[in-house]
Write a protein that binds this ligand. Structure first.
Ligand SMILES: C[S@@+](CC[C@H](N)C(=O)[O-])C[C@H]1O[C@@H](n2cnc3c(N)ncnc32)[C@H](O)[C@@H]1O
Length: 328
């Protein structure tokens, strides 16, 4: 029960709820949010599975990537069940593990508990936000995430009569009707692309705002971002309806189903890696490796099982850093 919450949000937003505000509440509202309250776990017993539950190649290559620097602080953002952290720590080796402090930034209280159970006895410190984790690391840390930006609220835009309109929702009883409203456009490569009339694109503007918030706390290090998505212009190639979707019991739901069962479903969209790169460069970060997961793994002397090759191509990797010698 949302107890009229969506109606009040709609009033607050001036008559309709911009999609990113809806998604933010559906995933992160302290009382009704999917990640804050409803998620059971990630994997076979949850609503969706992620790479670390399927294959160990990512853990192997993240550990190899971490070993390329001598930094003592590692920060994982959004650690899910903690399985990737566990596997990465195993593969760091005794000496490196001993001298490393592994920080996890996790917003979901449910998943944080699961991580604490799995990682009991490990040298891991949990934080509420990345700025706090960076301060605890003296600002010098290697940072990584798997399937994080896709879980950030996104704005949705629709190409209509030669201009972009923003998707918002009008709440009517138990259902949500799509409306298009004029809006100030964020900086995004998707909105500069030449796409056919009616095309829909997603912009993870909340991720850019999040980057800007903690960036002043980061003094040295590298950041590795792995997620499904790709750079422009490939992202919307043959996908005029965009990439927004929800997951419930491993079922992929699209269209109006994304707005149903508020707070009970994961909602996600593919990540525009051109935006992540450009937004980082605007903050003065250097761009290192960018490419699909299969090629990143090869670069770290790891390979994907043949059955996962297609999935490895749907995942993209971006490495950003603050110092030129670390940008590879
Ligand atoms: C799709 S899950 C991926 C989990 C895990 N990385 C994996 O690969 O299994 C997204 C994760 O990011 C967390 N998350 C979402 N927004 C976050 C934020 N702003 N800061 C930290 N964690 C966040 C979620 O609670 C969840 O653990």
């Amino acid at each position: 029960m949302t107890g009229g919450f969506l109606e009040s949000l709609q009033d607050e937003c001036g008559g309709s709820i911009p999609f990113d505000r809806f998604m933010e509440a559906a995933l992160y509202h302290p009382d009704f949010g999917y990640y804050t309250k409803r998620i059971r776990t990630v994997g076979a017993r949850g609503d969706f599975s992620t790479w670390p539950g399927i294959d160990s190649s990512l853990a192997r290559s993240v550990a190899a990537w971490l070993k390329q620097s001598r930094r003592r602080h590692v920060i994982e953002i959004g650690a899910g069940t903690g399985r990737l952290a566990d596997a990465v720590l195993d593969r760091l080796g005794y000496v490196r593990r001993w001298r490393t402090t592994y920080h996890i930034v996790e917003v979901s209280p449910v998943l944080r508990e699961e991580q604490k159970n799995l990682l009991r006895g490990r040298k891991v410190v949990w934080h509420e936000d990345l700025a706090e984790a960076l301060d605890a690391s003296g600002g010098e840390a290697d940072i990584f995430s798997n399937e994080l930006p896709d879980a950030f609220p996104c704005r949705v835009f629709v190409q209509s009569a030669g201009s972009w309109m923003e998707l918002a929702l009008r709440i009517e009883g138990n259902s949500a009707r799509e409306v298009l409203v004029p809006a100030e456009l964020p900086a995004s490569s998707a909105l500069q692309a030449d796409l056919p009339e009616g095309s829909r694109v997603e912009v993870h503007e909340s991720y850019r705002q999040w980057m800007e918030k903690w960036a002043p706390h980061w003094k040295a290090g590298r950041m590795l971002t792995v997620d499904y998505g790709s750079p422009m212009p490939g992202l919307y190639h043959r996908r005029p309806a965009g990439t927004l979707r929800a997951y419930s019991h491993h079922q992929r739901l699209q269209g109006p189903d994304v707005y149903a069962a508020f707070g009970h479903r994961d909602i996600t969209a593919d990540v525009n890696f051109t935006d992540l790169q450009v937004w980082g460069e605007t903050l003065g970060w250097l761009t290192g490796f960018r490419g699909n997961l299969a090629s990143f793994l090869e670069g770290q002397s790891s390979t994907l099982p043949e059955a996962l090759r297609g999935a490895g191509e749907a995942f993209h990797v971006l490495c950003q850093s603050l110092q030129p010698k670390e940008s590879a």
